[in-house]
Design a protein around this ligand. Structure first.
Ligand SMILES: [Zn+2]
Length: 282
């Protein structure tokens, strides 16, 4: 006998109720674009080890291997020579949604760090030569330093996203400075370079944030122009195309491999090349 619709509805409801707290608890992802949040991946199979063996056996499409992503990734020509952005003398960090450039480039940024760190991401970034900027929370960077260092060694850059991922807007200068400088100090200690860029959690900021960011060593603070989640690029404007200087935001979430691939495809289809944010600013 099939379960009655009512019984099935109750089961679905209970399951949803059960899963909801787990999804919300992930302090990392910015709730602005939480949508139907990260479902706890029932990863029956352990993540494919990022073994450097070139003879990785072809895997079924259900389990997408590193090689599958490498094969699917568009092949870009060399990025144009970067033009550095002129940062005006100011007591505050510059606030930017995108990089003011006419170069046919776009930028990939990955935020947070506490929620998910797939090992294959490191090899994807290294082998596909994906330029990435990581805006990290310092406790995650402290706990998983080896992981983020590996991405740094693959060409990625580490930048600042506060200590506790608290919304800074409206908070006192001392509070904001503690969040921003405290994280910058730690990230500098861990990665050997003081962050020169800052992204406020949830994109929430005020004039105090930009002042504190400047005082902690940031030249610019960034919002974004597109978000990428579960491999899908969401555009902030009606024109569904990546434009020169655009900044794509994704997170260290379970679907980051798909997000990176989605971003690369969107950039490629728009006739652009991915470039490193720090070659332009910071
Ligand atoms: Zn964040």
């Amino acid at each position: 006998m099939a379960p009655t619709p009512v019984r099935r509805a109750i089961a679905v409801f209970l399951l949803t109720a059960l899963l909801a707290p787990a999804a919300c608890k992930s302090a990392g992802p910015d709730p602005i674009f939480a949508g139907p949040d990260v479902s706890p991946t029932p990863s029956a199979s352990p993540s494919p080890s990022a073994s450097p063996s070139p003879s990785a056996s072809p895997s079924p499409p259900a389990v997408k291997s590193l090689q599958w992503y490498l094969d699917k990734a568009p092949k870009f020509g060399p990025a144009p020579a970067p033009h550095r952005v002129k940062v005006p003398e100011s007591a505050s960090a510059m606030w930017l949604f995108k990089v003011p450039t006419t170069n046919k480039v776009a930028f990939i940024t990955i935020d947070d760090g506490a929620l998910s760190r797939k090992p294959e991401v490191i090899e994807f970034i290294r082998q596909a030569k994906i330029p990435v900027t990581m805006f990290l929370n310092s406790p995650a960077a402290t706990k998983y330093t080896a992981y983020f260092k590996a991405i740094q060694e693959a060409g990625g850059m580490v930048e600042n996203h506060t200590i506790t991922h608290t919304s800074l807007k409206g908070k006192s200068y001392d509070f904001q400075k503690k969040e921003i400088c405290g994280s910058a100090d730690k990230l500098e200690q861990l990665f050997g370079r003081r962050p020169t860029l800052f992204r406020p959690p949830f994109g929430n900021k005020d004039a105090t944030t930009l002042k504190a960011a400047h005082d902690c060593g940031a030249q610019a603070a960034f919002f974004w122009t597109q978000t990428v989640d579960k491999g899908i690029v969401r555009y902030q404007t009606a024109k569904k195309v990546v434009q020169p200087g655009d900044v794509l935001l994704m997170h260290f979430r379970p679907a980051l491999m798909d997000d990176l691939l989605g971003a690369l495809n969107a950039i490629y289809k728009s006739g652009l090349t991915p470039a490193l944010l720090e070659d332009y600013i910071g």
